[in-house]
Write a protein that binds this ligand. Structure first.
Ligand code: NAX
Length: 335
């Protein structure tokens, strides 16, 4: 029962795409906002995909979800983001053959800069935004910088799929249930330079390195598996991760909205305030904990030289991406 609660307005972009095909049904089922919270899905697509989106909406109807208080289908960002409490930016332009990373960044910048502006104009005053579409960190940075009216702390980019992949790989290696894993963090960019951190992770409360004694695997193969897992899924499935990405979107929003279990943390790319030496303003993957309203980057974690090296590499990549999109960033007023 929804108990007369005001529905949450949840915008999803790229709503006819493959991630959304898993995501929308789970949101409407209550997995994201809880079993008593009605939701209105505000679904944005580009014009050529509107017919497919209508088909998705028909299937949503056909589920008769008690919590789904409405669906709005549109190709107009100003309609999609109107009154949005949450904006899940899944839609992005895919990388095409022959495209350089800089081309991909600028094509997506053409999507995320105006979306940032529209969010600032139309969304609810408490809007929170999770960017999924790749390159996720820099797309979030572009949108955020085009929406200076929306506090920087409200913008997130998704590194949770990488965390979940890491939890699962560590559990399999240690032959323990995945629920035994805690304190798994992804540092940096959602790309092949990310640093999945086993050193600070725990298995049933013990440091992972005490349980998994193959330290060569932890420092080498494990890191590589997580960095390249997306490509491995494409290779096997012939399509990129979709259901697991949708699941990670749910997990990310739940982790932001609910207090983090004591002593644990989860991975999100958030605005850097210089934590761990990362330049201010980068949208950087960190271990984050939340009290349900506010979040903080977990301080004082220790890294060895190898980890610091990896963190520097992923930081450099993000700085390069930032440089490539600087024409999309409006001049910031002097503070
Ligand atoms: P699809 O190509 O299936 O769907 C994307 C949808 O976005 C399409 O329907 C397209 O019409 C729509 N779209 C394009 N431009 C749009 C715009 N300006 N406004 C609204 N909609 C627009 O991709 P899918 O597999 O769903 O993946 C979506 C994005 O997630 C991709 O960029 C993908 O790379 C990224 N991913 C990010 C992950 C992460 O962990 N951060 C993991 C999974 C995924 O690879």
């Amino acid at each position: 029962m929804s108990g007369g609660r005001i529905p949450i307005q949840c915008t999803v972009t790229g709503a006819a795409g493959q991630i959304s095909y898993s995501l929308l049904f789970r949101i409407a089922h209550g997995d994201m906002f809880g079993p008593d919270q009605p939701v209105v899905l505000r679904l944005l697509e580009i014009e050529p995909a509107m017919k497919a989106l209508e088909g998705v909406a028909m299937e949503l109807d056909d589920c008769a979800f008690p919590l789904l208080a409405g669906t709005e289908l549109t190709s107009k960002p100003e309609v999609a983001f109107d009154g949005a409490d949450w904006a899940l930016l899944v839609g992005a332009a895919p990388r095409k053959q022959g495209m350089e990373r800089s081309d991909l960044l600028s094509v997506n910048g053409g999507i995320f800069a105006p979306q940032g502006k529209t969010i600032a104009q139309k969304a609810s005053s408490g809007v929170r935004i999770l960017v999924v579409g790749n390159p996720a960190n820099t797309n979030a940075y572009i949108a955020r910088m085009n929406a200076p009216e929306v506090p920087a702390e409200r913008w997130f980019a998704m590194t949770r799929l990488d965390e979940n992949r890491a939890r699962s790989q560590l559990a399999q290696k240690a032959k323990v249930p995945v629920a035994a894993l805690s304190n798994v963090a992804i540092w940096g960019n959602h790309s092949t330079t990310q640093y999945p951190d086993a050193h600070n992770a725990r298995i049933a409360g013990l440091p992972v390195e005490e349980v998994i004694t193959d330290h060569g695997w932890l420092k080498g193969k494990f890191v590589e598996i997580i960095q390249k897992r997306g490509a491995a899924v494409i290779e096997a499935r012939g399509a990129s991760s979709a259901a697991s990405a949708a699941n990670a979107v749910i997990d990310s929003v739940v982790s932001i909205r609910t207090p983090t279990p004591w002593g644990d943390w989860h991975s999100l790319a958030v605005v850097s305030h210089g934590e761990y030496g990362v330049p201010e303003g980068l949208q950087f993957g960190y271990p984050v904990r939340s009290d349900g309203d506010h979040w903080e980057v977990v301080p004082d974690l220790q890294h060895d030289d190898d980890a610091w090296k990896r963190i520097r590499v992923t930081t450099q990549e993000l700085l390069q991406e930032q440089e490539m999109v600087k024409s999309l960033i409006p001049a910031q007023p002097a503070s």
